[in-house]
Design a protein around this ligand. Structure first.
Ligand code: F0G
Length: 481
């Protein structure tokens, strides 16, 4: 929720109290430099103990509620037929209106099963935008991802309300070009992650369905961030001002033929699921569940997490839960704009995204500006962000580097974790870094894995700019900061 102060400022306000806390440490710049050098300038390889504010992701890092924790105590660990599964099934039915459910250990496991079942060599999978694990699974099965976003989607300084929409003309052309028989399905990602957490509209979703249904193509929604997407629909799409978050989620699920999700985001647990009302789709996927994940009633999740997911799923439909990250992000993004720091607009539902191509425009994409910015932000603040640019793109089949459409450093906002003073600290250090942006240089790989290289690849700073930046920081703030 946001609240208006008497001076006219809008601030995010926490609709919860914090009763369990976890200590963090802010190590001095000198130690941070050492940590990032050991991590090969890859923030994924930092140790948690060296991080002050962990804004790598909102995945599995949200604060759980007392009710979620309590539910974990009555988990039924039966290998088969667990009551915990049936409680999750009831929650899926209540929240999504979907009858058939396949639990999986996390979102990419759902993608694996979908790819294994429906993506055949030579197929295309049209979507609003890829996610890293989605693309990897679909390509490993011989498919090609078609990203059919609108012109506005890649504009990082936009006021467009639904940058997660598909361009319907591009979709029509793609269907004509490839033929319905070569389309695995159409995938729409709620609050599109790599575009900066940008939502789609229900009008767009319905138009897609109307176009593909007569061709016998089914519609898949990646609902990992579905409650945030529903929150934006309620705020931004005419006709939905008075709808509840639950109504909107149910409507999205009713338009889709199948919903899958990573439970690590909106549901604030560690797990995932596939759900549908289409028995044919369910039965096609079902045989693979015990092969790759686990028995039908746990699918690789612990019973405790299944219980917590049932509760988290219901809680994500509460307006102040659905808006908790989005309102904090709005504040964080707007404060950055006030200080002249280049960020993606409008604010989305996942993170404050720094636009590396505007932040450090002197670094070419071949030298990974978003990766360099991630390392620089860590040195300057102890804040860990995630590179969402060319490092996150794997090489093409010929082994060439693929420049990313956008070079973003994502500062994710996990739900109910940070407070206003954390965001103010972040803005202050980003402002310092922006003033010294000329000191930041590029990166080059010296260890590069062949798949999802951003997780484990190691890089070095071109021209050794890291130590110089840490030294300048220490001069300005003193050795203890
Ligand atoms: N789909 C979306 C939209 C995601 O954001 C993610 C994960 C996945 C699928 C895969 O789910 O991690 O549970 O296997 N996003 C995380 C992130 C990793 O940090 O944004 P998973």
């Amino acid at each position: 929720m946001s609240i208006l102060l008497s001076n006219g400022t809008e601030i995010p306000i926490e609709m919860h109290k914090i009763r369990i806390v976890q200590k963090v440490r802010l190590s001095p710049a000198r130690e941070r430099l050492q940590a990032i050098e050991e991590a090969g300038y890859n923030t994924f390889l930092l140790r948690s103990r060296d991080i002050f504010l962990d804004m790598l992701t909102d995945s599995g890092t949200n604060a759980m509620t007392d009710f979620q924790q309590a539910a974990m105590m009555h988990a039924d660990d039966a290998y088969a037929g667990s009551e915990s599964f049936y409680r999750l099934k009831d929650a899926v039915s209540e929240v999504f209106g979907l009858e058939y459910i396949l639990p999986v250990h996390q979102g990419r496991a759902a993608e694996h099963l979908l790819a294994k079942t429906f993506v055949k060599p030579g197929h295309v999978v049209p979507m609003n935008y890829h996610f890293t694990t989605t693309r990897a699974h679909f390509e490993l099965c011989g498919g090609t991802v078609l990203e059919l976003y609108t012109d506005e989607a890649l504009n990082t300084q936009s006021t467009a309300l639904f940058k997660g929409n598909i361009d319907l003309d591009r979709l029509r052309e793609a269907l004509e070009k490839h033929g319905a028989q070569n389309v695995s399905f159409v995938r729409m990602e709620a609050t599109t992650n790599l575009l900066g957490g940008q939502p789609f509209s229900l009008a767009n979703l319905k138009a897609i369905k109307a176009m593909i249904e007569p061709l016998g193509i089914f519609l898949v929604v990646d609902g990992s961030l579905i409650s945030e997407n529903a929150h934006f629909i309620r705020q931004r799409e005419s006709g939905y001002e008075n709808a509840s978050i639950k109504d909107i989620i149910r409507e999205i699920a009713a338009v889709a033929d199948l919903v899958y999700l990573s439970g690590r985001k909106s549901c604030s647990v560690r797990g995932g699921m596939i759900a549908t009302n289409r028995k044919d789709l369910y039965e096609a996927i079902r045989p693979w569940l015990p092969v790759y994940e686990g028995f039908f009633t746990y699918g690789g999740m612990s019973s405790r997490e299944i219980e917590a997911m049932a509760v988290g799923m219901r809680e994500m439909t509460e307006p102040d839960v659905a808006s908790s990250a989005a309102d904090a992000i709005k504040y964080f993004v707007n404060r950055c704009i006030e200080e002249g720091i280049p960020v993606v607009t409008p604010p989305g539902g996942l993170a404050c995204h720094l636009d590396a191509m505007r932040f450090i425009p002197h670094i070419p994409q071949t030298q990974y500006p978003a990766g360099a910015l991630g390392a620089a932000v860590y040195i300057a603040s102890g804040i860990r962000g995630m590179e969402r640019g060319s490092v996150s793109m794997d090489r093409d089949r010929e082994g060439n580097d693929v420049p990313s459409d956008l070079e973003l450093l994502r500062l994710a906002v996990p739900r109910r974790i940070f407070t206003m003073s954390h965001y103010e600290y972040a803005v202050d250090r980003l402002k310092w870094l922006y003033a010294h942006r000329d000191m930041v240089g590029g990166l080059e790989f010296f260890e590069e894995p062949p798949v999802l290289r951003f997780f484990a690849g190691r890089m070095q700073p071109l021209g050794g700019w890291g130590p110089a930046l840490a030294k300048k920081f220490e001069e300005d703030f003193g050795p203890a900061c």
